[in-house]
Design a binder for this molecule. Sequence first.
Ligand SMILES: Nc1ncnc2c1ncn2[C@@H]1O[C@H](COP(=O)(O)OP(=O)(O)O)[C@@H](O)[C@H]1O
Ligand SMILES: [Mg+2]
Length: 265
Amino acid sequence: MKSSTIRTPDAEARPVRVKAREVCVFYGPKQALFDVSIDIPEKAVTAFIGPSGCGKSTFLRCLNRMNDTIEGARVTGRIELDGDDVYDASLDVVELRARVGMVFQKPNPFPKSIYENIAYGPRIHGLASSKADMDGIVESSLQKASLWDEVKDRLQEPGTGLSGGQQQRLCIARAIAVSPEVILMDEPCSALDPIATAKIEELIDELRENYTIAIVTHSMQQAARVSQRTAFFHLGNLVEEGPTDQIFTSPAEKRTQDYITGRFG
Ligand SMILES: Nc1ncnc2c1ncn2[C@@H]1O[C@H](COP(=O)(O)OP(=O)(O)O)[C@@H](O)[C@H]1O
Ligand SMILES: [Mg+2]
């Protein structure tokens, strides 16, 4: 497929990082996604919205092959990351999941120290050549996740002892530590209070300067606040996608209009 660019409202055309074509997902005999095609540009946030059960998480998981871990799940179609076929049999899935990191609904730090939560990935990927090197990665990852100042004096304490919002930023720092290109987030604020949510949204806005971000959210307000592009899913179909402003103010499809005006959902 030839490379292309996408215009985001805030800046000039952006190169496409992730390209999905006619992606279908089956759970056993049940089809959950139907021919989803989308281009996801770099250095922007793309939000996946739609009613519960429409396939948002299923599609997000296709992008770093997390569906591989679900028994009976089958994916067809094509997904490319910078032109590489994500489903190529020779592709190293561990490597892929470093390039395409994931943050889940419920913060899930490892039952280890704050330091070890961050150091674990760089260690298994051989990214640090010395203790000082690793210390540097841990600090810069926590800085980028806006958590450093809150934890720098207690790096040896358990990650699970942090507040929910801090744990979620720890998980974002953990994803950042292995230098991902893409960060996937599946309803990353749904277990958080409004203040912690606002902090994560602010962080997402900062991260988009350097990463390609795809976020699933059930909150249309959140999609409007954090994303530059929005994709609306319904019953396993990608109904439409485009610049967030356009999707919220003048969607092309009646189903999108009905959803964003609260007629169903
Ligand atoms: N592990 C699974 N096994 C079987 N069916 C699943 C599984 N995960 C999701 N589904 C089904 O796939 C459809 C899409 O689910 P999901 O992607 O979780 O939707 P969303 O994230 O939009 O709420 C739903 O009908 C759901 O029941
Ligand atoms: Mg979901």
